[in-house]
Design a protein around this ligand. Structure first.
Ligand code: FPP
Length: 246
């Protein structure tokens, strides 16, 4: 037994933490609807949950957290909702990310940043640069991200190397592919969390989740907190990971 349960409290084993947790933050809209609030109020509460969860994950000693903030499919939402999420992001990059900086958190972005408004691209550059020496933990924000699109972009770059003669097609290994993904150099997530009762991957980190454990919870993302994070890690610590072996 690798864990203890004391007075029904969830006790996480600090020596067996996942290095990397990926989170599909779902349920902002339903959280808002339950309160008769506009969807953007749900996203605002979701952004607050993100800051809370990152802070807790860092305290626990998690090294990487990747969150799905805006997918390549999210552009299909109403103009109003997309604008509200982008405004929240602008605000976030100024405000919460400044607090992350003070807390020794490094910021990275995955996804096709070139599809975002220029001012947001500039803000991202600054934050990534300013935080690059931070050691506490790394938060990877997926923006205009899709797993298939990431693979497509990576394959395109590999094909260019082959065309120019810098790489032979026979040399393409799994490591080559990994090196051309947005997550190059980052360990794969051992644990993926999806909130709000949905049990889908929705084009998130398709390559990287080959051996991940999945934790699905009915909790809506804006309500997700420390206890829920502990429950997810507790669940992970009680799974036997075989990586295809026995
Ligand atoms: C899913 O809820 C959430 C999103 C598509 C956006 C995620 C954004 C945040 C958590 C906050 C923004 C964070 C940053 C950094 C800008 P949903 O709208 O699909 O909820 P529903 O399924 O209940 O409608």
């Amino acid at each position: 037994m690798f864990f203890k349960k004391k007075n029904d409290a969830i006790i996480v084993d600090p020596s067996r933490l996942p290095k990397h947790i990926a989170i599909i933050m779902d349920g902002n809209g339903r959280w808002a609807a339950k309160r008769s609030l506009p969807r953007k109020a749900g996203h605002k509460a979701g952004a607050e949950a993100l800051e809370r969860v990152v802070t807790e994950a860092k305290k626990m000693g998690i090294q990487h957290v990747t969150v799905y903030a805006f997918s390549t499919e999210n552009w299909k939402r109403s103009n109003d909702e997309v604008a509200a999420i982008m405004d929240l992001l602008r605000h976030y990059l100024k405000d919460s990310f400044q607090r992350f900086l003070k807390d020794d958190v490094r910021m990275q972005v995955i996804g096709d940043v070139s599809g975002l408004d220029v001012d947001i691209q500039e803000q991202i550059k600054v934050i990534v640069e300013e935080s690059k020496e931070k050691q506490g933990m790394t938060v990877h924000i997926a923006l205009n991200y899709g797993g298939r699109d990431e693979l497509r972009r990576g394959i395109q770059k590999i094909a260019e190397k082959v065309e120019s003669g810098e790489l032979s097609s026979k040399e393409i290994s799994e490591e080559t592919i990994e090196a051309y993904l947005d997550t190059a150099g980052v360990p794969d997530p051992e644990l993926v969390i999806r909130t709000s009762g949905e049990e889908r991957i929705s084009n998130f980190l398709l390559w990287q989740i080959a051996y991940s454990e999945f934790y699905f919870t009915d909790v809506l993302w804006p309500d997700f907190g420390k206890k829920d994070l502990e429950k997810a890690i507790y669940y992970y610590q009680n799974r036997e990971r075989r990586f295809g072996g026995r």
